[in-house]
Design a protein around this ligand. Structure first.
Ligand SMILES: *Cc1c(COP(=O)(O)O)cnc(C)c1O
Length: 442
C-alpha cells in the first residue's frame, strides 16, 4: 500500500522527492537544516477543508500561528482563506500576505490596548473575546475611536480531555475562554453597549484532535448558548468552531475533514449561523519535512546516537510535548525498507515493526540540553557522517516555534511546486543574530 501520510513526499528509486524534486538537490543548493514545503500539499489540504464544509459556505481562516511564513500565508489568501491571528505580529503578517479585505479573526487571552486599537483600525473581522475585562476594554477603545467592535465570545465548553495536556484548551481549569456557566451573564453586561456588538460564538477545543466527537459536543453546547444570547437581544450570526483537526504523524490515525464536517454541520444548520473555521496544523502540518544532515554517530551508556544538524531550536515539538515525528534517511540503503513502516495506532508503544537491519537510536541535535532530541529509541538503519535525514510532518509548529537558542541561526525555508523550488525564507546569519544588540554596544 502506498504511504499516504505525506503524499507529496515519496521515495523514487530510494531517493526522497518533494513533488518532482529530489530533496538531495535542495540540501545541496540551500544547505541544512532546511524546511521543505510542498505547495501541492498545502493547497490539497486547504481544498479538503473547503470541500468538506462546502454545504455551509464556511469562512476558512488559516491559523497563522501554525506557520506564519509570508509566502505560505499569501498562498492561503490567494486560494480563498482568511486568517486567524493571536497577536499584532500575526495580524501584520496577515495584512502583508493577504489580499485586501481578507477576513482576520483575532483570538488570544492577552490582547494589549495597542493591539486592540491596531486591530480595530485595520478592519478586524471579529475579536474572539476571552474574558469579561477584555470585552469591556474592547468596548471602551472602540467607543473612543468611534467604531463598534464586532466580537465573538470564546467559550470554554468544558469537554473531557482530548489531546496533550499542554494543548488541550477546552477542559475546565485552562486559561482560555469564558466559563460556560457564566458566559451568558457576561454577554448580558454589554447588551446596550455601543462599543461592542456580540455577533458570534467562538470555541477552539485544542490541538491536535483525532476524533470528531468533541466537535459534535462543542457545537451542540454552542447552539444552546447562541439561543440564550439571542434571547438577550444579541444578533448572533457566526459560529466559529476554531481549529485543531489532527493529522497523520504516524500513518493513518487522523480523520478526514469530512468527519469533522459531519460532526459540526447539524448543530450549525440549526443555529442558522455562518460557519468560521480556523485550521492550521491540518493544512500545513504534512506539507513539509525538516531536512538535516548527520554530523556524527556515537554509542555511549548503552545507547546509540545520531547527532545531526537540526535541533530543538529548529523543531521543539518532541522536546516540549513528547511529540512523534517519523524520521528516515533521504537515500535509504538497499538492505533496509524504503520507507518507515509505522503502525497506525498512536498509543502503540512499539510503532515500528519488521524493520530489517535497523536498531534503536536517539536522533539528537547540537544544542546543550539533554532534552534536545527529535526522536528517542527509534529503530533506524545505520547512518554515517554526511547522510541526509528527513523529519516528516514538520510543517506546523515547526519553524514558527523556532528560536535562536545556542545562537543558532534559524533554518531556511523552501517552497517546491512541481519541478521548481524557491527560497521563502533565507537562512539567518550572524548579523541577524546580533542585529538588536549591535547598536547597543557601548
Ligand atoms: C492555535 C489555534 C488555532 C489553530 O489550531 P490548529 O491545531 O493548528 O488547527 C485555531 N484557533 C485558535 C484560537 C488557536 O489558538
Amino acid at each position: 500500500m502506498p504511504d499516504r501520510t505525506m503524499d507529496q513526499f515519496q521515495y523514487r528509486d530510494r531517493t526522497l522527492f518533494c513533488e518532482d524534486v529530489p530533496v538531495t538537490e535542495l540540501a545541496k543548493r540551500y544547505g541544512t537544516p532546511l524546511y521543505v514545503y510542498s505547495q501541492a500539499a498545502l493547497l490539497e489540504k486547504l481544498n479538503e477543508v473547503q470541500t468538506a464544509f462546502a454545504a455551509a459556505k464556511p469562512i476558512v481562516c488559516y491559523s497563522v500561528k501554525a506557520n506564519g511564513n509570508l509566502s505560505i500565508a499569501r498562498l492561503m489568501g490567494q486560494h480563498g482563506a482568511g486568517f486567524d491571528v493571536t497577536s499584532e505580529g500575526e495580524f501584520r503578517r496577515a495584512l502583508a500576505a493577504g489580499p485586501a479585505g481578507a477576513k482576520v479573526v483575532f483570538a488570544g487571552v492577552g490582547k494589549t490596548d495597542a493591539e486592540i486599537e491596531f486591530a480595530l483600525r485595520n478592519g478586524v473581522f471579529l475579536f474572539d473575546v476571552e474574558s469579561e475585562q477584555e470585552l469591556h476594554t474592547i468596548a471602551t477603545i472602540a467607543h473612543k475611536i468611534g467604531v463598534t467592535a464586532p466580537v465573538a465570545l470564546r467559550v470554554n465548553p468544558d469537554l473531557p480531555p482530548k489531546t496533550h495536556v499542554k494543548t488541550d484548551t477546552s477542559v475546565k481549569g485552562v486559561k482560555f475562554g469564558l466559563d460556560i456557566e457564566t458566559i451568558v451573564d457576561v454577554a448580558k453586561t454589554v447588551v446596550n453597549n455601543p462599543g461592542v456588538a456580540i455577533v458570534g460564538l467562538h470555541m477552539h477545543l485544542g490541538s491536535p484532535i483525532l476524533k470528531a466527537d468533541p466537535y459534535r459536543m462543542g457545537a451542540e453546547k454552542g447552539l444552546n448558548l447562541i439561543k440564550q444570547f439571542r434571547a438577550q437581544g444579541h444578533d448572533i450570526r457566526y459560529l466559529n468552531m476554531g481549529g485543531g483537526f489532527g493529522i497523520n504523524y504516524r500513518k493513518d490515525e487522523a480523520k478526514p475533514a469530512s468527519a469533522f464536517a459531519e460532526a459540526i454541520l447539524p448543530a450549525l444548520k440549526e443555529s442558522g449561523c455562518q460557519l468560521i473555521l480556523e485550521p492550521g496544523r491540518f493544512i500545513v502540518g504534512n506539507s513539509a519535512i525538516l531536512l538535516s544532515r548527520v554530523l556524527f554517530t556515537k554509542s555511549t551508556g548503552g545507547k546509540h546516537y545520531v547527532i545531526q544538524d537540526a535541533a530543538m531550536n529548529d523543531l521543539i515539538r518532541p522536546t516540549l510535548y513528547g511529540s512523534f515525528h517519523r524520521i528516515w534517511p533521504v537515500t535509504p540503503a538497499a538492505n533496509v525498507p524504503e520507507t518507515p513502516d509505522v503502525n497506525g495506532d498512536p498509543d502503540d508503544p512499539h510503532p515500528f515493526r519488521d524493520m530489517p537491519n535497523c536498531f534503536k537510536q536517539d536522533v539528537v541535535g547540537p544544542v546543550c540540553e539533554s532534552g534536545d532530541y527529535l526522536a528517542k529509541d527509534r529503530p533506524l538503519p545505520g547512518v554515517t557522517r554526511g547522510d541526509l535525514l528527513a523529519v516528516f510532518s514538520a510543517g506546523a509548529y515547526g519553524m514558527t516555534m523556532a528560536s535562536n537558542y545556542n545562537s543558532r541561526p534559524r533554518a531556511a525555508e523552501v517552497l517546491v511546486t512541481g519541478r521548481t523550488h524557491r527560497l521563502i525564507r533565507r537562512r539567518e546569519t550572524f548579523a541577524d543574530l546580533v542585529a538588536c544588540e549591535q547598536d547597543c554596544l557601548s
